[in-house]
Design a binder for this molecule. Structure first.
Ligand code: MN
Length: 202
């Protein structure tokens, strides 16, 4: 067995995103949910290895689906945490190259914000809204992820993502996903998004 997936540390304290995202949510979300995806992805790899060695028999389709689900959760949350910063450092409008690219791709920041929010609010059930860079058309594009299962094929680099699973907001916002999404704009770390854009564009 080689290296394993590891749970990254949060780049700030559990309470750093308050009042927009509560300490209680951050603790559970990082320490239970994200940790669960890391453990799940490692467990799936272990099952595959044991099956190769003839130690166990597996339902290949189920194990690979499980691997993809947990891997997807790990990757998306690993972008989600550093995409955010405490209010003041986070929020506002972007600067740098990402600001120009947003204007080029969406017409203006306000048009982008409205369309991204709409994408986040309308995810059916649990999932994500993501901002991606598509080098084929040299543009930023939006996508929705249902649940978190993208079968290991994120061809386009993820620049910004918002988790709209109920575990991301329910304890604080109950069923008002829209209010959560509106608050989330106050904690976006645009420097992080800009860095991701610069490395995606290369
Ligand atoms: Mn989550």
């Amino acid at each position: 067995m080689g290296k394993k997936y590891e749970l990254p540390q949060l780049p700030y304290g559990y309470n750093a995103l308050e009042p927009h995202i509560s300490e209680e949510i951050m603790k559970l979300h990082h320490d239970k949910h994200h940790a669960g995806y890391v453990n799940g992805a490692n467990a799936a790899l272990e099952k595959l290895e044991k099956a190769r060695n003839g130690e166990i028999q597996i339902d290949m389709k189920a194990v690979l689906r499980d691997y993809s689900f947990n891997f997807g959760g790990h990757i998306l949350h690993s972008v989600f945490w550093p995409n955010m910063a405490p209010p003041g450092k986070g929020g506002g409008t972007p600067g740098g190259k990402i600001a120009d690219e947003i204007n080029k791709s969406f017409g203006s920041f306000d048009k982008f914000k409205a369309q991204f929010s709409d994408a986040a609010k309308t995810v059916e059930g649990s999932g994500w809204a993501l901002l991606l860079y598509d080098s084929q058309i040299d543009q930023l594009v939006l996508t929705q992820i249902e649940k978190q299962n993208f079968m290991h094929l994120p061809e386009l680099k993820i620049l910004l993502g918002v988790d709209v699973w109920e575990h991301a907001y329910y304890l604080q916002y109950k069923n008002d996903r829209g209010k959560y999404v509106e608050s989330w704009w106050n904690v976006i770390d645009w420097d992080d998004v800009d860095k991701r854009f610069s490395s995606a564009e290369k």
